[in-house]
Structure formats: structure tokens, C-alpha cells
Write a protein that binds this ligand. Structure first.
Ligand SMILES: [Zn+2]
Length: 117
């Protein structure tokens, strides 16, 4: 499960930032996860719960995940549209397959909150 590696990466970034900002307890981490990022929110949540118990800094923290839809733009008629399943990348307006993904691949920390020393 690569979600464990992803969450460890996220916690590493928050840990570094918390140390720099004298934060001794993280209360909330907000992650933005695109539906094309191949990371499953349930698995991310599971991995976070499993790892956080072992670390004082994260023990009280909640993980909040905002999922982003897949949005494409057609190179032919220039319309944007949401894609439900990632297999059919065809423009619903003109049928073109010349499309560009403009949202859905993201995976980043939007913000986090903590308690200062
Ligand atoms: Zn089109």
C-alpha cells in the first residue's frame, strides 16, 4: 500500500514545519487529494491512524481530506468538463480525444493547525 509512504511523507513535511514554528502538538492536517492521484482517501486515513499513535506530535491530530474531481479541457472546442471515471477521456461536447487534464492529479497539504509551546 503506497498510501503509507505518502502519509509518512506528509507527516515528515508537517513535522519539519512544526519544529520550525515551535508547535508541539498538531491538531489538524488538511490534505487535498485529486481523484487521479491514485491515493485512496480511506487508505490514507487508515495509514494516518496507524502511524500517528506512535508519535506525540500527531497523537491528537485529525486528518481531513478534500477530494478533487477530475476536470479536463478539450483541445478542440476548449470546453471544460468533469470526468467521472478515468478511463473515458473523450470530450462530451464534440467527441474529441484531444483533451488536457487540468485538475485531479494534485496531492498536497493545504494547511495544518497546531498548538504552540
Ligand atoms: Zn470538445
Amino acid at each position: 500500500m503506497h498510501e503509507f509512504a505518502l502519509i509518512e511523507g506528509v507527516m515528515g513535511i508537517v513535522r519539519d514545519s512544526a519544529l520550525q514554528n515551535n508547535i508541539r502538538r498538531v491538531e489538524r492536517i488538511k490534505l487535498v487529494v485529486g481523484k487521479l492521484s491514485m491515493a485512496l482517501p480511506d487508505s490514507l486515513q487508515f495509514a494516518f491512524e496507524a502511524i500517528k499513535a506512535g508519535e506525540e506530535l500527531f497523537r491528537q491530530a485529525d486528518l481531513e481530506i478534500e477530494e478533487k474531481e477530475i476536470v479536463c479541457r478539450c483541445g478542440q472546442c476548449h470546453q471544460s468538463f468533469a470526468v467521472e471515471d478515468s478511463v473515458s477521456f473523450i470530450c462530451p461536447h464534440c467527441g474529441s480525444v484531444n483533451i488536457e487534464i487540468i485538475q485531479g492529479r494534485e496531492l498536497y497539504i493545504d494547511c495544518y493547525e497546531g498548538e504552540e509551546c
